[in-house]
Each structure stands twice: as C-alpha cells, then as structure tokens.
Ligand binder design. Structure first.
Ligand code: PMP
Length: 434
C-alpha cells in the first residue's frame, strides 16, 4: 500500500523526499481513540485525526444519526432549498454561541472546512465594510497565526514560509506581534496590545477586521496567551469600526475545556468561525456564526440600487449528513457533559505531564484544556518528528509542529489511554533527547 500510495497520491503538506522516513500509517479501521492499520496494529490517536474526533471514532450515536439521515435525504443544495437538520443545527449553534455584552451571534453561514469558513468570514467582513458605506481592504492578523490554506486564509495567517510561497496573490494585511510569542519575553502580552493599538491608530480606518485564534494559536505550536489581549482587541475593533473575527476552528466544541475559547475571556466577536469538532470530527462541515448587525447589512432595503447579496456558497454547503452528525454530536456533548470531561482530562494531563516538563530535553509545555504542545529541545534535525516516531513505536500516534509535539486526544479519553499517551511521550522524549 505504501508503494502504491507513493506512486499515485499527492498528500497535503508533504515533501515527497521525506517519505522514506515519514511513512504514512495505512489506516484500515478506527474505533474510539484507536486507529487500526491494515496489518491490524493498533495506534492510540493522540491528535484526534488532526484535532477533530472529539468523541473518538465510530461513536454509535453519531453513526446512527448519519445512517438515519442517509435513509431520508443524502444531499440537497442549500441554494434555494433548506432542510430540517440544517435549520435545527443553526438553532443549536446559536443557542450555544458565546454570549455577553457585545454583539449577538444570531445567524449561521455554513461552509465545508475550516479554511472555507475563514474565507467566508473574510469576504463577509470586507463586504460588510462596503455595505456600511466604506471600503476597507485591510485585515489585521497575528504573527504565527494559522487560519487555513485557501488564499484568503493564507494571507491572514502569519506563517512566513506560506507568505513567501504565494506573496503576489495575497490580500492586504498588517501583521501584529502575537501575545503568545515566547520570543517577545515576559512582556509579550503588553507588547502585542501596544502594537495592535498603534496599528489601529495608524490604519484603523482601512481595517475591515481583526482576526485571531482566541486564547491559543494552535498550528503555531500551541502558543497560549492572556485573555486581556482579546478584550483589548474587542475595544480597538469597536473604537475603529472594524469587525472582530475569532477563528475557533481548532478551539471550538470543548477542546479548551469550555465550549468556546472566547468564554475564557468573556469576549464575543462579530464573526466566529468553527469546524473540525463540529460533527464530532466525522464529516467535513464548518460554519461562520455571524452577529445580527453584520447579517442586517446584507439585507436588501427599499431603494437599494445594487443587491446586497453575499456572493458565496458551495455545492456541499450544509450537507444534511454532516448536519445530522453535528446535531448528534452536540446532543451527546450535552447529555454526557463532554465539556466537563474535557476540563477534567485537561487537568489530569497537566498533572501527568509535570514530570515530562521537568525533563532536560523539554523546553516548555503549553496547554489550554486538551490543546497541548510539548516543545522539545532540538537535537539535530526534526527532533519533534523523531519524538513522534518514537511514540509511534510505542503504540501512540502523534504529529509535531516543528519541535513542538502536539497532544490533542479525544475529549472523552479514558484513564488507561491517557496514561499510555503520556508514558509513550515521556519514553519517546527520553529516547530522542537523552
Ligand atoms: N483555522 C484554524 C485555527 C485551524 O487550526 C485550522 C486547521 N488546523 C484551520 C483554520 C483550517 O481548517 P481546515 O484544515 O479544516 O481547512
């Protein structure tokens, strides 16, 4: 299978020269937190299949919901038709949306994956600016951010390599220091807030939106940061008439120990993007939760000479199977207090990881709930990768972000599997960094 894969498949984010050491697991089946390969070997899925399978694989309730929906309606376009799972899911998401003094998130726009939700949010933000009488072409973004790999999402990301690769194609953005950037030292939060303030004073009138991953920059290597940055971003967005976008694609649906990372800060954005865990990680679905005032700017009014249409919508938008899976996921989350389980799992992991953090080969452990990055000290090339390989030999599947090893297990991971996860990591760190 590996030879056939190498001859026919172009994998994402893959340098083919690296395949000799980065041999893919040929996954045949999965159950709960386990991946099972074609040779019957079991691997604990320590990253929830790219941060998605929040309830583990093959959850009976989600499977049943998909099967029941499949028997009724497999697909119907959301352009001109609607369906009950799409409506019910929108209502459920609005009921769960972060709430507070600020904007009210009252409308759901569906998309297919995290990147396309971000893309939709960016287009909404720009068009909102034109429809409220100004054309504001600039986005403010954080250094090191990852918001996906469509062109808009790359532009508002803060990854230098991606920017270099596609530079002439990218939107206008202004990058601001990240409050999670350890290279800025202890004052990083104050530095980032001051920089955001000075950017907005200089260019605020041109800015249609500030976009951030709230509380923790995931793909940057789990750079967690102080909630006060989000409160400052909210105030500055309001002061200059820009929208605030929270990208909760990674952090949403209990991943940080709360339903939304926004809740850690008590800040409500104007647009919130979510995906990954929305269906329990089963099927591709994402959404933009939009504030009422944003939606209203897209309503055509008497006397309008040009339509206020939002020019965006994909073939599989709000696919009913995906919506049914998401509804089942949210039901299970509520009935089984999955957020409480996630918070407890996060606490247990923090405790178990304490001795790992004390190891000489570990620079820092960063964590918010069940989003964890273990940064290892470089020992030659690709140390993070080598640690993941060593963990794989011990039956645990992990993926690195540079020299940061990511732990993002299912939120419902049992005690024995949690022990296996941490023990395999600890041994792998010892083997590689000793
Ligand atoms: N935003 C964030 C914060 C993400 O972490 C990711 C994916 N890691 C994306 C957007 C892109 O999502 P997708 O890969 O589903 O397009």
């Amino acid at each position: 299978w590996i030879a056939r894969d190498a001859s026919a498949v172009w994998h994402p984010f893959t340098q083919h020269a690296a395949w000799t050491e980065d041999r893919p697991v040929v996954v045949d089946r999965a159950e709960g937190p386990w991946l099972i390969d074609v040779d019957g070997r079991r691997l604990l899925d320590g990253v929830s299949s790219l941060w998605t399978t929040t309830l583990g694989h093959g959850h009976p309730d989600i499977n049943a919901a998909i099967a029941a929906q499949l028997a009724k309606l497999d697909h119907s376009t959301f352009l001109g038709t609607t369906h009950t799972p799409g409506i019910e899911l929108s209502e459920a998401l609005i009921a769960l949306a972060p709430k507070g003094d600020g904007p009210k998130l009252t409308k759901v726009f569906y998309a297919g994956d995290g990147s396309s939700a971000v893309e939709a949010a960016l287009k909404i933000a720009y068009q909102y600016s034109t429809q409220t009488g100004q054309s504001r072409p600039t986005f403010v973004r954080l250094n090191h951010a990852y918001h996906g790999d469509t062109l808009g999402a790359v532009a508002v990301g803060g990854h230098d390599l991606f920017h270099q690769a596609y530079k002439p194609l990218l939107l206008e953005t202004i990058g601001v220091s990240s409050p999670g950037d350890r290279a800025l030292g202890e004052d990083r939060n104050a530095i980032a807030i001051a920089e955001l303030g000075s950017v907005m004073r200089r260019a605020g009138e041109q800015v249609c939106a500030i976009i951030v991953e709230p509380m923790i920059q995931g793909a940057a290597g789990m750079l967690d940061y102080n909630a006060s940055f989000l409160r400052a971003a909210r105030e500055l967005a309001d002061a200059y008439g820009a929208l605030l976008i929270f990208d909760e694609v990674a952090t949403g649906f209990g991943r940080t120990g709360k339903m939304w990372a926004a809740e850690h800060a008590g800040v409500v954005p104007d647009l919130l993007t979510c995906g990954k865990g929305i269906t329990g990680g089963y099927l591709p679905l994402s959404a933009v939760l939009a504030a009422e005032h944003v939606y209203e700017a897209f309503l055509t009014r008497p006397g309008d000479t040009t339509p206020r249409t939002f020019f965006h919508g994909h073939t599989y938008t709000a696919n009913p199977l995906c919506c049914a899976a998401a509804l089942a996921n949210l039901r299970v989350m509520g009935e089984q207090d999955v957020i409480g389980q996630a918070a407890r799992l996060g606490e247990r992991l923090a405790k178990l990881l304490e001795p790992v953090g004390a190891k000489e080969g570990v620079v820092e452990i960063r964590q918010l709930g069940t989003m964890i990055g273990v940064e290892v000290a470089p020992r030659g090339d690709r140390t993070g990768f080598a640690v993941c390989q060593a963990a794989r030999e011990r039956g645990v599947w992990l993926r690195p972000l540079g020299d940061t090893v990511v732990l993002m297990p299912p939120l419902t991971l049992g005690d024995d599997e949690t022990d296996l996860l941490v023990n395999a990591l600890a041994e792998a760190v010892d083997e590689v960094t000793a």
